[in-house]
Design a protein around this ligand. Structure first.
Ligand code: NCD
Length: 310
């Protein structure tokens, strides 16, 4: 079903396809050795025109753990982009060498553009402030693992809702499950953009907006924290004014329910005090691990690799 498709936004996947990916990821977690050579002979190219630690390594590790190989760059100054090559030509070229392309770019729409020219599946690993679908798969696997599913959850998303692409992808995707309620917690200047709210309104999804984390933390099943996206600000002064608007401390977390989970796509700057890292509700480092497994599942499906026989 997913074979040869590109993944640009979570809406490219049906809920059934998402479920299939999450189920496969859980199967891989149970027995990773079984999948250690399903992608032997396949090549994944990762083109990172913007900094990344987790996402690039996560894709590379996922492909290597499936027995495949990787190539790519994490610094565009070492690629032909520095010579002025167009995205379309880069896609055509890299598509000749690889079976799957993963791309991160500061400009919205780049992954989609690449997918038209590459001749192989393209996965969006973040395009500007727009979407980041594989972080969403990571987040969904994490939530499903701890909460058993998505229906009826009250989800607080906190921080930079304006520029946070992981938030745009997660919110619009979770809104497709029944009875999910959202609390959008941000300074007014960084509130959820219209393109997300319009999608929620069109589907009669319930959400509230607030500037106070303390006022709603006790109601949440999931608290999704995020950093203020410095690189997308026009004014450094404005960034400095807003960067420490929310800091989740143990004192604030004490107001949350005993089974609330605290998530973060990482990197964290100041928005979660390290004192809560040992709290059982803090699951952001497990999230990293889930990310690699769900990317293994995605790579297998996009390349149409069958379940191993052993
Ligand atoms: C996120 C991103 O790149 O959007 N990081 C990630 O992929 N884990 C979040 C961020 O950079 O704040």
């Amino acid at each position: 079903m997913l074979k040869d498709k590109s993944l640009i936004a979570p809406s490219d996947l049906t809920l059934d396809e998402i479920e299939e990916l999450l189920v496969l990821a859980e199967r891989i977690i149970q027995n990773p050795a079984r999948y250690a050579s399903v992608c032997r002979g396949k090549i994944l190219a990762s083109l990172f025109y913007e900094p990344s630690t987790r996402t690039k390594f996560s894709f590379d590790a996922a492909m290597l753990r499936l027995g495949g190989s990787t190539l790519g760059f994490s610094d565009p100054s070492t690629s032909s982009a520095a010579k002025g090559e167009t995205i379309a030509d880069s896609a055509r070229t890299v598509g000749q060498y690889s079976d799957l392309i993963v791309v991160r770019h500061p400009k919205e729409g780049t992954a989609k553009l690449m997918s038209r020219y590459a001749g192989c599946p393209v996965v969006n690993a973040g395009d500007g402030g727009h979407h980041h679908p594989t972080q969403t798969l990571t987040d969904l696997l994490t939530i499903r693992h701890y909460k058993g599913g998505f229906e009826g959850l009250t989800v607080g998303v906190c921080g930079d809702l304006k520029f946070g692409r992981t938030i745009h992808s997660l919110t619009t995707c979770l809104a497709r499950y029944s009875n999910v309620r959202f609390l959008f917690i941000s300074p007014e200047e960084l509130s959820m953009p219209a393109f997300v709210k319009e999608e929620l309104d069109a589907n009669s999804v319930s959400y509230e907006e607030t500037t106070s984390l303390e006022s709603c933390i006790g109601r949440l099943d999931v608290l999704y924290m995020s950093r203020v996206q410095r690189e997308r600000f026009i004014s450094e002064e404005e960034y400095l004014r807003l960067k420490d608007y929310f800091i989740l401390t143990q004192e604030k977390l004490n107001q949350a329910k005993a089974d609330t989970i605290v998530m973060h796509p990482l990197p964290r700057i100041n928005e979660i005090a390290t004192e809560i890292d040992g709290d059982p509700r803090a699951v952001y480092f497990d999230q990293v691990k889930f990310g690699m497994y769900v990317r293994m599942a995605l790579i297998m499906k996009l390349l149409g690799m069958p379940e191993p026989q052993n």
